[in-house]
Write a protein that binds this ligand. Structure first.
Ligand SMILES: [Zn+2]
Length: 202
């Protein structure tokens, strides 16, 4: 039995959005130095959803992008002081308007999960992709963000088939007690509905 691609998926390919060398076509590129090679032969098999906003709850502007590229002015806001020596990144950030910015090739190892464990395996950065939604744990995400996240998820699931629906998780699930994102505001049901049909039988 054939499983037809959804209308949404055909539309997105119709717009030419895809991957080139691990970079999302159509996304703004802002390469971060905070990355390294994945372990040799490692299979990409997990997608991690995060949130971030700097300072927390303030949206727009370039602070997150600057933070991931080590160019944030840490004197510009009292909250930023604690970020001074942090070297982190994510593969992709989706802002409140659904616009994606990519910092690290999906083929490479971004520094997004920190101390983490999934299904008995530590150091999730080795085998995962990290996507940040601009937001907070308790403020509703925008429809534009859900649609963009779903669109990107579909592309990634096609490219990296080991990312099954069961292997798409929130950061809080990998680092319980330490991380809470993407928080109660993230509507998993809405998101999962949008990626239905990528895998046979779903
Ligand atoms: Zn996180």
């Amino acid at each position: 039995m054939a499983f037809p691609l959804s209308w949404d998926f055909q539309q997105l390919w119709g717009r030419g959005m895809g991957l080139a060398q691990g970079w999302l076509e159509g996304a703004q590129q802002c390469p971060s130095p905070n990355c390294n090679d994945r372990p040799e032969g490692e299979q990409i098999s997990l997608l991690v959803i995060h949130n971030i906003s700097l300072p927390p709850g303030e949206f727009g502007g370039a602070n997150v992008r600057d933070f991931f590229c080590n160019s944030l002015d840490c004197d510009a806001h009292p909250y930023f002081d604690q970020l001074r020596d942090m070297r982190v990144s994510a593969h992709l950030l989706i802002d409140r308007h659904g616009q994606p910015t990519q910092f690290v090739s999906f083929a490479d190892r971004a520094w997004h999960a920190g101390q983490s464990c999934f299904d008995g395996r530590d150091d999730c950065n080795d085998y995962s992709i990290g996507i940040e939604l601009e937001g907070t744990d308790d403020e509703a995400y925008t429809d534009a963000q859900y649609h963009r996240l779903a669109q990107v998820t579909r592309i990634l699931m096609m490219e990296y088939p080991a990312i099954s629906r069961q292997r798409i998780v929130g950061h809080s699930e990998l680092s319980p007690g330490r991380k809470t994102d993407p928080g109660a505001a993230f509507d998993w049901a809405q998101y999962r509905k949008l990626i239905r049909g990528v895998e046979p039988g779903t």
